[in-house]
Write a protein that binds this ligand. Structure first.
Ligand SMILES: C[S@@+](CC[C@H](N)C(=O)[O-])C[C@H]1O[C@@H](n2cnc3c(N)ncnc32)[C@H](O)[C@@H]1O
Length: 204
C-alpha cells in the first residue's frame, strides 16, 4: 500500500471494523473513479485524506448531534462523497443523489458488487429534495456553496424547519439572517496538520 490509511483521533473508532471496506472503496475511487471521471486524477494519500477521512467527519457530526431523522441524503454525491463512507461505517440507510445518470450507474455497480443493502444511488435533481423533503438529514460536499443553499432554503422555510444540512465549507461565513438560521461551524483535522470546515445549518 503506498499511502497511510490514517485518521486523526476523532475518527479512530470508525476504522476499527471498517478499514478493509474503506480501502476497497479507496481502490475503486483511484481506479474506476478516476477512469470514469467521478473524481479528477489525485494521488492515493489525497484520495484517502480528502475523500474518505473528510467524509467520515460528516458521520461524526450526525453522532455528536444525536440526529435521528427519517431520511439521510447525500446531494450531488459524484463518486459517493461523503455518502458512501458514511454508509459503510454507519449501516444507516443513505441515498446518494446525483443528476448525472453515468455517475449513478457507476455507483450502483460498486454498491451491488460490495452487497451494501443500506446504500442507494438515485438519479435525481437535488433541488427537489431541498424543496420537498421533511425530517431529513442532507449531506453536501462541494455541491452547493452555503450561501446559495441558504437562498434556496429561504424559499422553502416551512419544510426545512425539520431538516438538518451538513455542508462542506471554507472558513468564511457571509453575513446571514441570525433570526432565520443557526450555523454552527466545525473545524477538524483531516490528517496531522491540515484543517477542514463543515457547517451545520438549522432553519429556526
Ligand atoms: C463538484 S461535484 C462534488 C461531488 C462530491 N460530492 C465530492 O465531494 O467529490 C458536484 C456533483 O453534483 C452533481 N450535481 C450538479 N447539479 C446537481 C443537481 N441539480 N442535482 C443533483 N446533483 C447535481 C454533479 O453531477 C457532480 O457530481
Amino acid at each position: 500500500m503506498n499511502f497511510d490509511p490514517q485518521i486523526p483521533d476523532w475518527g479512530k473508532s470508525f476504522l476499527v471494523k471498517n478499514l478493509d471496506n474503506l480501502i476497497t472503496y479507496h481502490n475503486w475511487l483511484k481506479n474506476t473513479g478516476i477512469k470514469t471521471g467521478l473524481i479528477s486524477s489525485k494521488n492515493d494519500q489525497f484520495i484517502w485524506d480528502e475523500f474518505i477521512v473528510h467524509s467520515l467527519y460528516f458521520y461524526k457530526i450526525i453522532l455528536d448531534l444525536k440526529l435521528s431523522k427519517n431520511n439521510l441524503y447525500d446531494l450531488g454525491t459524484g463518486g459517493g462523497i461523503p455518502g458512501l463512507p458514511v454508509g459503510i461505517v454507519s449501516n444507516k440507510n443513505i441515498n446518494l443523489i446525483d443528476i448525472k445518470q453515468k455517475r449513478i450507474y457507476e455507483l450502483e455497480r460498486f454498491i451491488s458488487s460490495q452487497k451494501y443493502n443500506n446504500i442507494y444511488a438515485l438519479k435525481a435533481d437535488a433541488q427537489k429534495f431541498i424543496q420537498q423533503e421533511v425530517n431529513s438529514i442532507f449531506l453536501m460536499r462541494c455541491y452547493l456553496p452555503k450561501n446559495d443553499l441558504i437562498k434556496k432554503l429561504e424559499k422553502h422555510m416551512i419544510n426545512n424547519k425539520s431538516n438538518t444540512f451538513i455542508v462542506s465549507s471554507n472558513s468564511n461565513t457571509e453575513r446571514l439572517s441570525q433570526e432565520a438560521f443557526h450555523v454552527k461551524q466545525e473545524k477538524f483535522l483531516v490528517n496531522k496538520d491540515e484543517y477542514r470546515f463543515i457547517d451545520v445549518i438549522t432553519v429556526k
